[in-house]
Design a protein around this ligand. Sequence first.
Ligand code: ZN
Length: 140
Amino acid sequence: MTYQLYHGSCHCQAVKYEAEFDMAAGSNRCNCSLCSKARAWFLFVRGDKFKLLAGDDMLSTYQWVPPGRTEPGLTYRFCSRCGIRLYATGELAQLGGRFYAIHLPTVDDVDREELVRAPLNFFDSAHDRPDRSPADTRLM
Ligand SMILES: [Zn+2]
């Protein structure tokens, strides 16, 4: 793992963050009902590798309960002024506890070629199988 420090922001620049991650580890697309509408494209960052630099007071929150669950899985944060989703937070033991799922298009200083080279993973959350890729990923 080669961690590098990146910077991200929303469209109106009210919210800014920095995060360390290994771009070579790849990024993710998901087909759950929310990710489909938001065209989510994200990567996971450990809680201790993320720092909100500005705009905490501008962030709004959204949660939803996936079918078959009793409580929300993730907490989504987006800018209340420009509407851009910046990240979601959750807890997962394999990611060392608290994690951030950063919306990749909000990262400002990632190299385009580095992004193209990195693997793209697909999660079949629409069928409650995020551990596998859906049969059809063409529009994800
Ligand atoms: Zn904004």
